[in-house]
Design a protein. Structure first.
Length: 155
């Protein structure tokens, strides 16, 4: 139940709660030796890497690249993402890419969808369209048309 509430808060309110730890994650990683304080510091580093450094734009981005970027072990980085963001690395990566694509689609009518796809880190039109539609319920072109029709960026 805590995990569900955490996901709802993250998706609809954009809030992050440092106190929420997925119960499954606690059991799964109980022998990892990672303290809560260390995990929270790594969580901040991951968030900075994505929000400020925008490493998700690298189309070859993988868990090893993130781990190297923040200078931590890939297993610990994976543990923090699974536990504190309640998703796996590739879901986390895709979420950032789609969020950026939505922003670009709504604010840059002169950029093609294909250019935006590459700009946010996708290599394949099919994977981009699939991820975008899964996240928003509509195609990138449909999203762009709706955002201009309503004159706003649809979060």
């Amino acid at each position: 139940m805590k995990r569900l509430l955490h996901q709802i808060k993250m998706k609809y309110l954009g809030e992050q709660d440092n106190n929420i730890i997925a119960l499954d994650g606690q059991r799964k990683y109980e022998k990892s030796g990672l303290t809560r304080e260390q995990a929270l510091k790594i969580r901040v580093m991951i968030t900075k890497a994505f929000d400020e450094d925008k490493i998700y734009r690298n189309n070859d981005m993988g868990l090893d690249d993130l781990a190297e970027h923040i200078k931590h072990n890939r297993y610990i980085v994976s543990q923090v993402i699974n536990t504190y963001f309640s998703k796996n690395f590739y879901s986390f990566l895709s979420e950032y890419r789609i969020k950026e694509a939505k922003r670009l689609l709504a604010s840059n009518p002169n950029l093609s969808v294909k250019a935006i796809m590459y700009e946010v880190g996708f290599n394949s039109k099919n994977s981009f369209y699939t991820a975008f539609k899964k996240s928003t319920g509509i195609s990138p072109n449909g999203y762009r048309n709706a955002s201009f029709k309503h004159g706003m960026y649809m979060a």
